[in-house]
Write a protein that binds this ligand. Structure first.
Ligand code: ADP
Ligand code: MG
Length: 266
């Protein structure tokens, strides 16, 4: 299929995470986890509830204290505050996908385009000189929604706007926490198409989700976490047939859920 969407994002930095360890009290939520996300690469991070997926995103983006190293391109972000990491090029979405419901879609994107700074408020961002161009909205196919109030959107539209808001900050690498949660099959299929557009534009994507047809269908590589440790890394095909992954997460039923023919990469 020919992709005619504009391609406003041009990025070239690789995220390198090594030996990331997070302890909550006496509990180790992450134990020495490492992975890389290159430009234009879609990397899946999967695992059972409580495996440490959200903790990983929090630790990489500076929202929770961690041992280990985080580097973006040649910049060492280990120990940096969250807003410094965001300005350096790490974008994220949250499991809750909260939009600013009293703002329009365009205003939500304008806030997202504003370079994060702990001194700024949402109101200042809107008043200031930050302007998002409509390229991100076109890339995600939501240009017709720009003037709509955010509180009237469907679940699928909200997820795309949430994604667009994170992309409006022009991250080099975007970490997505369960973007397909609550979406139906059609909405999840549309999200998959849009995520491929994002990756093709050069942005690296780390995708956390339980929707296996989404993750197995779009990711170049998948990392599997269980009890805070990496138990497998591989292509979707390798992961789908890995006995440790099946035992810990996918289960036998999921093996027949996903038709291998549906696993495509373009
Ligand atoms: N703020 C916190 N305080 C204490 N324990 C936490 C906190 N956040 C997460 N945990 C624990 O860390 C582990 C990993 O949680 P989480 O990263 O949310 O898993 P996942 O996103 O894979 O479901 C779980 O055992 C969870 O209970
Ligand atoms: Mg989580």
């Amino acid at each position: 299929m020919t992709e005619t969407l504009p391609n406003p994002l041009s990025k070239s930095k690789t995220l390198h995470v090594s030996d990331l360890t997070v302890r909550y009290g006496g509990v180790a939520a992450l134990k020495g986890v490492g992975l890389t996300v290159g430009p234009g690469e879609l990397v899946g991070l999967i695992g059972p509830n409580g495996a440490g997926k959200t903790t990983f995103i929090d630790a990489v983006c500076g929202f929770t204290k961690a041992d280990g190293q985080v580097r973006l391109g040649d910049r060492d972000l280990t120990g940096s505050r969250a807003y410094v990491r965001a300005r350096a090029g790490l974008g994220r979405t949250w499991q809750s996908a909260d939009l600013y419901d009293d703002l329009t879609v365009r205003e939500n994107l304008t806030v997202g385009a504003y370079r994060p700074d702990w001194r700024r408020t949402v109101r200042e961002a809107l008043r200031g000189r930050a302007r998002h161009d409509d390229g991100v909205a076109h890339l995600l196919g939501i240009q017709d929604l720009l003037d709509r109030p955010s509180d009237g959107l469907s679940a699928g539209q909200r997820k795309l706007v949430d994604l667009a808001r994170a992309l409006a900050g022009r991250p080099d690498v975007l970490l997505l926490d369960e973007p397909a949660a609550g979406l139906d099959t059609d909405e999840s299929g549309l999200l998959a198409t849009r995520l491929r557009s994002v990756a093709r534009s050069g942005t690296g994507v780390l995708l956390v989700d339980h929707d296996m047809s989404l993750v197995l269908g779009v990711c170049d590589r998948i990392v599997v976490l269980d009890f805070g440790s990496v138990i497998a890394t591989g292509t979707p095909r390798e992961i789908q047939t890995n006995d440790d992954v099946i035992a810990a997460y996918l289960g036998r039923a999921a093996r027949s859920d996903v038709d291998p023919e549906e696993i495509t990469h373009d």
